[in-house]
Design a protein around this ligand. Structure first.
Ligand code: ZN
Length: 555
């Protein structure tokens, strides 16, 4: 692509062109932004080069030669200056085009069966707004035309399901520049949000967690003690009051440690599992925020387990059991698990690392899950397990994590009295199943294409009177279902029935209950599902029992 751009725009200055998860991009400094016609011309030129089957030749250059070769390419010169002295400067050449690259490449342009240029966007050189604005062309390539077509279809579906678009259409949330990257949940969005939190609370009840509520703003002293001030300050919001500096919490961990430290604990008290839905604030650069999936304020299904080293396996097992149950409910299957093991630089004795890693390995082994070990990838303060799931479109998301921490107990001098009367350090497990509720809601909207299961739908049923003379009965139906705890609306607009049905379908309401003369007479409702299925007229009693059954079972 870069070769084609340079052939068509000889003055173009080349930035960088890395692969991405789904394709590639390349940045160019050009006199004017690329137009759709330019993309067509670039595409055509690329197809010519592919047809010519030009071999990719690997070239190694001296510093001097490389500077000569790229003398009129300012960004390449900048890159060359950053190559460490002991590393070779290498390029790849095909036809007349040569570019800095470590490689490897396919053998020739003929070995690229299918590609497509997707879009153009402005991008600052090195992501720095003080540097020139370049034009970034995105594209993708596949091993066959079929695989490319398949990908493009999924891309289109992903755009259709984009949670930012559906969030507006379904009246779930909004954003306002007055609070950048901070969502406002509208009544329907707040309903779903609270249902998610309540569901997690139910699990906590069954799995032996206790919920705590902790402050939002802490003196900087705490953040110095926890280590956040040293390593995480750039991502925190600070305020100054009464000559004292305070930090708004980006994580709940130090608060949990303070609660633990407020009492002397015996080994008999452990494990203690403190859950905290506290609101967190993290500063994210405006360039990386995205809808609900990357925001500056959120809350997590966060909990901290304080336990003895001997209890690590049992606690991890309990957590995986709970997480598996939750993922199944949300229709996430094919869990992928990664176990990150000790890095070079770490705290804690080899003994505790040996014990902790063996515990995690045995739990994963016993759970019969397949997992991947990642030596060296653990945090300096402990090993961790991360949980990944693909959504309905096959895109993978990291949701859960369980992270052992040998450092926090040291920093906060946490202890318990062991059986022999000695004072020992507990281990802390930071764990979350779905992570940020905001992000999880964004993922769920796309996973379900906005059609939440009935238990989670902000509106579970819409009563649709055929004419005004059915309004009174419609209102009786609504009150009756609402009195059973269902979320029901009545569409009282002066519209034709079909228009009301279509509106309910667009709003992805699971049940449409149509009432006309016959239904009034027989104390019935005609049931339609959002899928279009028509269940016909059924006695109201029966419909009530059916909907309650589905909702209560979270089907
Ligand atoms: Zn934590």
């Amino acid at each position: 692509m870069a070769g084609a751009v340079v052939a068509l725009f000889p003055n173009a200055k080349l930035g960088i062109g890395p692969p991405t998860e789904d394709g590639f991009y390349y940045d160019f400094l050009v006199d004017r932004p690329f137009t759709p016609e330019d993309l067509e011309a670039i595409d055509a030129r690329m197809r010519e080069d592919l047809a010519r089957g030009l071999p990719f030749e690997f070239v190694e250059l001296s510093l001097k030669d490389s500077k000569k070769r790229f003398a009129d390419q300012q960004f390449k010169l900048e890159i060359i200056d950053e190559v460490p002295a002991d590393e070779p400067i290498t390029t790849y050449r095909h036809g007349e085009f040569e570019d800095l690259c470590r490689g490897p490449h396919v053998e020739s342009t003929g070995a690229i069966p299918a590609f497509k240029l997707l879009s153009v966007a402005g991008a600052y050189w090195r992501g720095d707004e003080r540097r020139p604005m370049l034009q970034r062309i995105y594209g993708t390539a596949f091993e066959s035309q079929d695989a490319l077509d398949d990908y493009l279809q999924r891309l289109e579906e992903a755009q259709r399901r984009d949670h930012r678009k559906l969030g507006t259409e379904l009246g779930l949330f909004l954003f306002d520049p007055i609070a950048p990257a901070s969502p406002f949940f509208l009544p329907k969005g707040a309903t779903v949000y609270n249902l998610l939190v309540n569901y997690v609370r139910e699990l906590y009840q069954r799995y032996g967690y206790q919920e705590v509520i902790t402050p939002q703003v802490f003196s900087t002293e705490l953040w110095k003690r926890s280590g956040h001030y040293d390593t995480y300050r750039e991502n925190m919001f600070f305020i100054q009051i009464d000559d004292r500096e305070y930090g708004i919490k980006p994580m709940n961990c130090p608060a949990a440690a303070l609660i633990y430290a407020s009492q002397l604990h015996s080994y008999r008290d452990l494990p203690l599992r403190y859950a905290d839905f506290g609101r967190l604030h993290r500063y994210e650069r405006s360039g990386v925020t995205h809808g609900l999936t990357r925001v500056r304020t959120f809350s997590q299904d966060d909990a901290h387990i304080f336990c003895t080293p001997e209890q690590i396996a049992e606690e991890t097992k309990g957590f995986i059991g709970m997480l598996t149950e939750a993922y199944k409910l949300f229709h996430f299957e094919d869990l992928r698990i990664a176990l990150s093991l000790r890095p070079e630089k770490r705290i804690g004795s080899d003994e505790i690392w040996d014990r902790a890693e063996a515990a995690l390995e045995s739990v994963l082994h016993d759970s019969q899950s397949t997992y991947q070990s990642k030596p060296g990838e653990g945090a300096f303060y402990g090993p961790k397990i991360d949980f990944f799931v693909p959504d309905a479109l096959g895109r993978e998301w990291q949701l859960g994590t369980i992270q052992l921490d040998f450092s926090l107990p040291e920093r906060f001098d946490l202890e318990y009295v062991a059986e022999d009367g000695s004072r020992r350090r507990p281990v802390v497990l930071h764990r979350a199943m779905v992570g940020s509720i905001e992000r999880f809601l964004g993922i769920l909207i796309e996973h379900y294409a906005g059609a939440f299961p009935a238990w989670l739908a902000p509106v579970q049923a819409v009563v649709i009177p055929i004419t005004d003379r059915h309004l009174e009965y419609a209102s009786q139906v609504q009150s009756r279902l609402a009195s059973r705890g269902l979320r029901v609306e009545t569409d009282t607009r002066n519209e034709r029935m079909n228009a009301k049905v279509r509106q309910a379908q667009l709003q992805k309401v699971p049940y449409m209950l149509i009432v006309g003369d016959r239904e009034v007479e027989q104390e019935a409702v005609a049931v339609r599902l959002r899928s279009g299925e028509d269940r016909g007229a059924l006695p109201l009693d029966q419909v009530e029992a059916m909907i309650l059954g589905v909702v209560d079972a979270r089907e």
